[in-house]
Design a protein around this ligand. Structure first.
Ligand code: ATP
Ligand code: MG
Length: 448
């Protein structure tokens, strides 16, 4: 992509209303633009990151056996009357009327709709288990939208719903999502810690929030430090096999959000030096709720004994748009973002120090074409901006590698390659650049 054609409205000043670094950088780097309280337009750079996050989430859902679909954003109120949540949901729900005065709403979540879809198509336990998901915009009229996309009103969520014949089977579905979530966040370069979370009136132990530790996080959390170094399951994990040992390993050490925190248990079960009281960002939430919706909405299946039983359900959310902010909180410095390769908007920024200079243009074009041909995503800054401005802009948007080409370097057949993560610079011959960059990009994209 040539920068002159792209749309990258970077800001010089830090917007005064942005309180945390991810919000500041997303505005400064031209990733999003606010359209109302908690409502954002995703500009081209931010959109590319959002799509990469979405794709990793999708791949891991598919790997775990969930099936993708798409439900609408607008839902009829009657569906929510069946579950009793139309009144219970309160002011967080955006309620609208169509031209025939029918009551509608912008979906804050999809339990009711998926239950309706399921009951229309499944009759027997023999069709179970089923896991269905979609990645769709939600609207919640939060009291305090803040921190940019971290707590928006309109936000992108991946939500999966599981359907099983009994609780033992439902636990297997729950375990699949538990493992899928560990892998999903790890692939983005985030260390997520599953923490005991509120189950509401359902009770039991099948509710976990996946938390990324960050000082700016909205949740107060308590856990054993040992969880920070626990390895996420690898690519070869067998989702059809017994996942319980993995879940047991991750739940063997204390980890709870504020609502579920038990100070006495924390002190007795965790050694003083291992106790971590911190703040974190909730990037995902998995939750088993049994027959809450299936009984209310009559989603029944014929069980093994021939009798109709309400299906056992769980729901599993990932904050796709929130993750963009969480990633910046984890990967930035004073100069800007430092994207991990897997979610970077482009892999490489190519900077021409003298557009219009024949030798420079030629060298840039050769490297640009070579990288693109090798499948590397390049943002090519061939604009007339001053070099200092180009360097600052490239650091701000945080592409993992920068290739800098100018007439002086070319005279000595030297091109500079900078790694954004640690600022390490290397000079190399022009003919080596494509091969080198293609290899490091490929290596950093490989995941286990
Ligand atoms: P929170 O406690 O942060 O309000 P929640 O428990 O209401 O979230 P869930 O219903 O569990 O959220 O939604 C699943 C996921 O969607 C959350 O784990 C979070 O990552 C994301 N999410 C929820 N609300 C928002 C929001 N207002 N803006 C951005 N992402 C959100
Ligand atoms: Mg939650």
């Amino acid at each position: 992509m040539r920068l002159s054609r792209f749309y990258l409205p970077v800001l010089k000043e830090t917007p005064s209303d942005a309180q945390i670094v991810s919000h500041q950088l997303m505005l400064r780097a031209g990733m999003v633009r606010q359209q109302g309280a908690g409502i954002y337009a995703w500009l081209p750079l931010g959109f590319r990151v959002l799509k990469k996050i979405e794709q990793i989430v999708r791949e891991e859902q598919d790997r775990a056996g969930a099936v993708e679909m798409l439900m609408p954003t607008i839902q009829p109120a009657d569906l929510w009357r069946e579950s009793g949540r139309y009144d219970a949901y309160g002011k967080e729900m955006l309620r609208i009327k169509d031209r025939a005065d029918r009551e509608m709403l912008f979906g804050p979540t999809n339990e009711e709709m998926i239950t309706e879809i399921f009951r229309a198509g499944v009759r027997s336990y023999k069709d179970l288990p089923k896991m269905l998901y979609h990645i769709q915009w939600k609207f919640r009229d939060e009291i305090r939208p803040r921190f940019g996309v971290m707590r928006g009103r309109e936000f992108l969520m991946k939500d999966t719903y599981s359907f099983d014949v009994d609780e033992a089977a439902a636990r297997r579905s729950y375990n699949k999502m538990f493992v899928a979530y560990l892998r999903t966040f790890a692939r983005m370069g985030l260390r997520s810690i599953p923490m005991r979370a509120d189950t509401g009136p359902i009770g039991g132990d099948l509710s976990h929030e996946f938390i990324v530790l960050a000082d700016t996080g909205e949740s107060a959390v308590f856990c054993d430090r040992g969880l920070i170094d626990m390895e996420s399951p690898g690519k070869d994990v067998d989702f059809e096999g017994d996942l319980q040992p993995i879940i047991d390993q991750f739940t063997s050490l204390y980890a709870a959000t504020e609502e579920k925190h038990d100070a006495a248990e924390f002190e007795t079960s965790v050694a003083t030096g291992d106790r971590l009281e911190a703040r974190g960002i909730e990037v995902g939430h998995i939750f088993f709720f049994g027959d809450k919706y299936s009984t209310a909405m009559k989603a029944l299946v014929a069980g093994p004994e021939g009798k109709d039983v309400p299906v056992q359900m769980g729901s599993y959310g990932v904050g796709v748009s929130r993750l963009t902010g969480a990633l910046i909180e984890a990967y930035h410095d004073d100069a800007g973002c430092k994207w991990p390769m897997a979610v970077a908007p482009f892999h490489v920024g190519l900077i021409s120090l003298r557009p219009g200079d024949a030798a420079t243009d030629k060298a840039c074009a050769a490297i640009y074409d070579g990288l693109e041909a090798a499948g590397v995503e390049v943002l090519y800054d061939e604009t007339r901006a001053r070099p200092g401005e180009k360097f600052a802009r490239m650091d701000l948007i945080g592409l993992p590698y920068q290739v800098v080409i100018g007439p002086r370097g070319l005279e000595n057949d030297e091109i500079e390659v900078k790694r954004r993560a640690d600022g390490e610079r290397q000079t190399m011959q022009a003919e080596k650049v494509v091969e080198h960059i293609a290899a490091v990009v490929k290596a950093e994209l490989r995941y286990s």
